[in-house]
Ligand binder design. Structure first.
Ligand SMILES: NC(=O)c1ccc[n+]([C@@H]2O[C@H](COP(=O)([O-])OP(=O)(O)OC[C@H]3O[C@@H](n4cnc5c(N)ncnc54)[C@H](O)[C@@H]3O)[C@@H](O)[C@H]2O)c1
Ligand SMILES: [Fe+2]
Length: 406
């Protein structure tokens, strides 16, 4: 167990930070909501002084009709644009540098991300490079290091998962060091988000499942943490409810637009919640696996979530049980202890029904100390998790997630 002094130091840091964040410049993006809203992009861009925008996406999404429509709307309104379409899942520093090069070459003055969390975070990364051209990205790791306005940023999410369209975070990978980490700053909250569920209807069922479980993880980790404020609890509960009510429907019938709309709303709300109340060790572990093995973020979270909740045990039961009842995932008459246990089973069952494995057996034993160190570095002392774990305890968690019999 983490020493009493270590736990005390982490909690003291979190308390000070909790007071501090109340005075921070919180805002939400302006939202264009509903079908056909992509059409309004040019007028929004012009109204914000934009005449030349870098579109950041990936090679698959660049071929989709929705992306082609964006280009058509820009062209017919006389706006200039350039395209970076090489973002990869778990976007890298190299992606960001290449996209920044195009931004500069074409003298762009705004960014439009079309994609899942990877494209949105890549665009945020470009924003950081433009705002702070002399500081290498690895030095921006952590919280409040950018502190300078980035170019006007539009996010058009094509998955219903990360909530990056609402958050202060850009999560980036450094393949040289096998690390993946968040850069958190208020300037990274997009200025405009276009939420059109039609863009998500062709998301394959496996991605619907894993990205939806990512959003559920955001809602749960935010809610069971100690630093909820400013509507984050209500947002987490509503997000959780929308996810448990809709994820299986969207998984089985991708064209069910109501389920898609609800998941998209949930992803936004869960992003709103966790960007105020933080995530926890599920994400720390998922990020380390993304850095080391390129494990897709949603898949990692979906698998890790029940293991970490179980490991927290009594430390999270009260709030987890309450949350589970509030979102209607378990019978309301259960006490919090039983509700929490029942909810963890429910999450496992959700994963099973969507073909998500129980363990990540590719984790190599010899990597575990390095992975645990990275997870501890991300989570401690910042994340107000129900139970502080040090790197040694996190090593145990990696073994559990790998499926090792302890
Ligand atoms: N910034 C944040 O607040 C935040 C929060 C959580 C996660 N993340 C990060 O976001 C990244 C993961 O993003 P993601 O889960 O959205 O996936 P992604 O952006 O990595 O995309 C995964 C795959 O889905 C495909 N895809 C996306 N939309 C599609 C659509 N509509 N139809 C068909 N295919 C589609 C993409 O082409 C890609 O191959 C990770 O790097 C993660 O760390 C960021
Ligand atoms: Fe996430």
């Amino acid at each position: 167990m983490a020493s009493a002094l270590y736990r005390f130091a982490c909690r003291a840091f979190q308390k000070v930070f909790f007071v501090g964040v109340h005075f921070m410049p919180w805002r939400e993006p302006q939202i264009l909501h509903g079908a056909g809203k992509l059409k309004e992009l040019p007028s929004q861009l012009k109204a914000n002084g934009v005449d030349n925008v870098l579109l950041v996406t990936d090679s698959f999404l660049a071929q989709t009709d929705h992306f082609k429509s964006i280009i058509q709307y820009l062209e017919s309104s006389g706006l200039k644009y350039a395209v970076y379409d090489q973002t990869i899942p778990n976007p890298t520093i190299e992606n960001i540098n290449d996209a920044t090069h195009i931004y500069r070459q074409h003298k762009c003055n705004a960014l439009l991300a079309f994609g899942g969390g990877s494209a949105i975070d890549c665009a945020k990364g470009v924003g950081i490079r433009i705002a702070r051209p002399w500081t290498p990205l690895p030095l921006m790791r952590g919280t409040l290091r950018v502190l300078k306005k980035i170019p006007y940023l539009v996010a058009v999410p094509t998955t219903a998962g990360t909530g990056s369209e609402a958050t202060v975070a850009a999560v980036i990978s450094n393949p040289k060091t096998h690390e993946k980490y968040p850069i958190n700053d208020f300037v990274l909250i997009p200025r405009l988000a276009v939420l059109d569920a039609n863009i998500t209807v062709n998301l394959p069922s496996s991605l619907t499942a894993t990205t939806g479980m990512d959003a559920l993880t955001h809602a749960i980790e935010a809610y069971i943490g100690y630093s909820n404020f400013n509507g984050s609890e209500d947002a987490a509960i509503l997000a959780g409810r929308l996810i448990v009510e809709n994820i299986l429907t969207a998984y089985r019938d991708g064209h069910n637009i109501k389920a898609r709309e609800n998941l998209q709303k949930a992803a936004y709300l869960a992003g709103f919640a966790f960007t105020r109340a933080y995530v926890g060790y599920v994400h720390c572990i998922a990020h380390s696996l993304g850095g080391m093995y390129h494990t897709p973020h949603g898949l990692a979270n979906a698998v890790i979530l029940p293991h970490v909740l179980e490991y927290y045990g009594e430390a999270c039961e009260k709030r987890l049980g309450f949350f589970a009842k509030a979102i209607g995932a378990v019978p309301a008459e259960l006490d919090n202890h039983d509700a929490a246990r029942f909810f963890i089973m429910h999450i496992r069952e959700l994963n099973r029904s969507m073909g998500i494995p129980e363990f990540l057996d590719f984790i190599q034993d010899e990597d575990i100390p390095t992975l645990a160190k990275a997870a501890s570095k991300e989570g401690n002392p910042l994340y107000p998790v129900p139970k502080i774990l040090d790197a040694k305890e996190l090593e145990t968690l990696y073994r559990i997630v790998k499926g090792t019999k302890l």
